[in-house]
Design a protein around this ligand. Structure first.
Ligand code: ZN
Ligand code: FE
Length: 256
């Protein structure tokens, strides 16, 4: 099977756009639609035709380009069933375990509620790649707009259980701000300190800190480490269950 080509580019203020292209079938999908004009520019530069849209959740910076892109390309739109009508132009409703295909490449749908109630992740197991939208960021996670701490923690735990070498494409460049907060949760985490130095260098050079990997996030991202004693102690929640620790982290980050 020919390799899947993944093209990442900045969009809007701090979003990333992702186009995935299968050279065998000629199919191209965009993961979310932050900005139709920018997506069209990137498609033109690559000489690709858009055939599909895969939406992670309904927020405007993820679906705002759906209508314009569908008008131009007549592409098929797949999104989470739980957000049904809030996904403009949707053709296919996706739920846990469903498979979406781009040529011979297949993504499994993982439901990861928390940021929104219906948020989904596209996991391409053979390619060791996951498009995680606003569920997981490098050194952080999405705001908890609709879910509960139990839901969000279990969503993040599922992502944490993916193989360490899984490449994680998150939808925003928030890593530097996340790093400042992560340091307050785990000031002596050596892997975190190293990652922060790398992030500073990347950003100074105008480069992206996305993608990341599950292995890296497991070692550095406090929101994936709510069951670690170092973090529990730092928050004075020594005996608390992880979802409670996660809730505290999320709340502190909201007010950081
Ligand atoms: Zn969002
Ligand atoms: Fe977003």
């Amino acid at each position: 099977m020919a390799q899947l080509i993944i093209h990442q580019f900045p969009c809007l203020q701090d979003n990333y756009g992702f186009l995935i292209h299968d050279p065998v079938s000629g199919e191209t999908a965009t993961i979310d639609t932050p900005d139709a004009d920018e997506i069209n520019r990137q498609l033109a530069a690559k000489g690709w035709q858009l055939t599909q849209i895969w939406n992670t959740h309904f927020h405007w910076d993820h679906t705002g380009g759906n209508t314009a892109l569908k008008e131009k390309w007549d592409c098929k739109i797949s999104g989470p069933i739980a957000e049904g009508d809030r996904i403009p132009g949707r053709d296919v409703d996706l739920q846990e375990g469903d498979v979406v295909s781009l040529g011979a490449h297949q993504a499994t749908v993982l439901e990861t509620p928390g940021h929104t109630k219906g948020h989904i992740v596209f996991y391409l197991e053979k390619e060791s790649v996951a498009f995680v939208g606003d569920t997981l960021f490098s050194l952080g996670c999405g705001r908890m707009f609709e879910g509960t701490p139990d839901q969000f923690w279990s969503s993040l735990s599922r992502l944490r259980d993916l193989p360490d070498d899984t490449t994680i494409y998150c939808a925003h460049e928030y890593t530097e701000a996340n790093a400042r907060f992560a340091l307050t949760a785990e000031p002596e985490n050596a892997a975190l300190l190293t990652r922060i130095e790398d992030v500073k260098k990347l950003r100074l050079a105008g480069q992206a800190t996305v993608p990341t990997t599950i292995g890296q996030e497991k070692q550095t991202n406090p929101f994936l480490r709510a069951d670690f004693q170092t973090i529990k102690d730092q928050l004075n929640l020594t005996d608390a269950p992880p979802a409670r620790v996660f809730a505290e982290l999320r709340q502190r980050k909201d007010h950081f």
